[in-house]
Design a protein around this ligand. Structure first.
Ligand SMILES: Cc1cc2nc3c(=O)[nH]c(=O)nc-3n(C[C@H](O)[C@H](O)[C@H](O)COP(=O)(O)O)c2cc1C
Length: 356
C-alpha cells in the first residue's frame, strides 16, 4: 500500500502517509495547560506518519473554547513537553498547529477583550459557548496596520515555544475561518490597505506568519493548512481556484515543508479541481484531508494528487489506524457525544486497539 510507504514532508522523513489531522478535544486544564491525559491520547496515536496536534492558542486573549491548549506561557511549554516526550518515546513525530481565532470568539472568553479580524464583519449563523451560556458572536475590531507585526510576532513566539516544548515542527492554521483565513478570503476581508484587495494582499499575513515560523524551525519543518471551500464559521471566497493557485505558488517559492488542502469533502468535483490546481503549482509534499477513506486516500496518492492524507475522525476513533489500514481491518465508530468533554477519558483514550 502506498499509504503505508515512507516519504518526505519537506525536511521531515515519515514512515507512512497516514497523518493524524488536528482535532480540538478541550482536554487541557482551566489554564490551557496540557497534562498526562493529553500525553496518553497522543502517545496512543504515535504510529501516524505525523501527528498534527490540535489548534493551540498563540495569545492569552485568543481563546475560543475553555480547556483548549495554549503555547504562550512557560506552563504551556512544560505541559506540551510531556506530550512530545510521550510521542517520541513511542517512535512518533508531532507538529503543533498554531492558531488565532480572530473574530471567531467572544469577550466573555477573553477577559472582556473584543475580538480582532480583518474587517468589522461579525460571524453570523452560529453561536459560541461561553461561561455565560451560548451567545451570538460580536462584531470584531479590524486590526490596524501598525498592529499586524505584533500578530506575526505572536506566531513566531508560539513557534519558538513549540520548539522548546519538543515539537518537530509546526502547522500554521490558515483554515476554517480563523484569523489568517479572515484575511485570506474576501467574504470577510474588505480592507483597502496592503492586506486587502488582491489575493496576494489577502495572503500577505498568512505568509508573513509562515516566514516567522520558518525563522524558528526552517521552512522544511513548517506546514500550512487552508480550506478555500469550507463554509464553516460563515466563510466564503469569490475565487477559490485563484486562491489555491496563489497559495500553492507562494508555498513553492519558499519550498514549504507541506501544504495541506482541507476539503469540505474530497469527492466533490470542485474540490478535486482545487487539488489539481494545488498540484500544478506546488511540487513539494501535498497533504489532503476531508472525508477520505482508506481506499480514497490510496487512489489520491496513486493518481499523484496527494503525497499523504490527514485523517481526522477515523484516527480519533482508531488509535492504530495505520495498522487497521494495512490489514484492511474494520474501524471503531466515533462517539460524537464525547468529542468535546473536558477531563473525560471516555471517547478520548478508551477507543480499543486491534487485538494481536
Ligand atoms: C472534534 C473535531 C475537532 C477538530 N479540531 C480541529 C482543529 O483543532 N484544527 C483544525 O484545523 N481542524 C480541526 N478539525 C477538522 C479536522 O482536522 C478535519 O479537517 C475534519 O475532521 C475532516 O477530516 P476527516 O473527514 O478525516 O475527519 C476538527 C474536527 C473535529 C471532528
Amino acid at each position: 500500500m502506498q499509504l503505508l510507504s515512507p516519504t518526505q514532508l519537506g525536511s521531515l522523513s515519515i514512515p507512512n502517509r497516514v497523518l493524524f489531522a488536528p482535532l480540538t478535544r478541550v482536554r487541557a486544564d482551566a489554564s490551557n495547560v496540557p497534562g498526562d491525559l493529553m500525553a496518553e491520547y497522543y502517545r496512543q496515536r504515535a504510529s501516524a506518519g505525523l501527528l498534527i496536534a490540535e489548534a493551540t492558542m498563540v495569545a492569552g486573549d485568543g481563546q475560543a473554547w475553555q480547556h483548549q491548549p495554549g503555547i504562550h506561557s512557560a506552563a504551556h511549554v512544560a505541559g506540551w513537553k510531556r506530550v512530545t516526550d510521550a510521542v517520541h518515546a513511542s517512535g512518533g513525530r508531532i507538529y503543533l498547529q498554531i492558531w488565532h481565532p480572530g473574530r471567531a470568539t467572544h469577550p466573555a472568553l477573553n477577559a472582556g477583550i473584543q475580538p480582532v479580524s480583518s474587517s468589522t464583519k461579525p460571524l453570523r449563523g452560529d453561536t459560541i459557548h461561553t461561561p455565560e451560556g451560548k451567545l451570538d458572536y460580536p462584531a470584531p475590531r479590524p486590526l490596524r496596520l501598525d498592529e499586524i507585526p505584533g500578530i506575526v510576532e505572536l506566531f513566531r513566539v508560539a513557534a519558538a515555544n513549540a520548539k522548546l516544548a519538543g515539537f518537530d515542527g509546526v502547522q500554521v492554521h490558515g483554515a476554517h475561518g480563523y484569523l489568517l483565513d479572515q484575511f485570506l478570503r474576501d467574504g470577510v476581508n474588505d480592507r483597502a490597505d496592503a492586506y486587502g484587495g488582491s489575493i496576494a494582499n489577502r495572503a500577505r499575513l498568512l505568509f508573513e506568519v509562515v516566514d516567522a515560523a520558518a525563522s524558528v524551525f526552517g521552512i522544511g519543518r513548517v506546514g500550512l493548512r487552508f480550506s478555500p471551500l469550507v463554509g464553516f464559521n460563515d466563510m466564503v471566497d469569490s475565487d477559490p481556484a485563484g486562491l489555491v493557485a496563489h497559495v500553492a505558488a507562494e508555498s513553492e517559492k519558499r519550498a514549504l515543508g507541506f501544504l495541506e488542502l482541507r476539503h469540505a469533502n474530497y469527492d466533490q468535483a470542485a474540490e478535486y479541481e482545487l487539488a489539481r490546481i494545488a498540484r500544478q503549482h506546488f511540487t513539494g509534499a501535498l497533504v489532503r484531508n476531508g472525508g477520505f477513506t482508506r481506499d480514497a486516500g490510496e487512489t489520491a496518492i496513486a493518481d499523484g494528487l496527494a503525497d499523504a492524507i490527514a485523517y481526522g475522525v477515523p484516527f480519533l476513533a482508531n488509535p492504530d489506524l495505520p495498522r487497521r489500514f494495512l490489514l484492511n481491518a474494520p474501524l471503531n465508530q466515533p462517539d460524537t457525544n464525547t468529542f468535546y468533554l473536558p477531563g473525560a477519558t471516555a471517547g478520548y483514550t478508551d477507543y480499543p486497539f486491534l487485538g494481536v
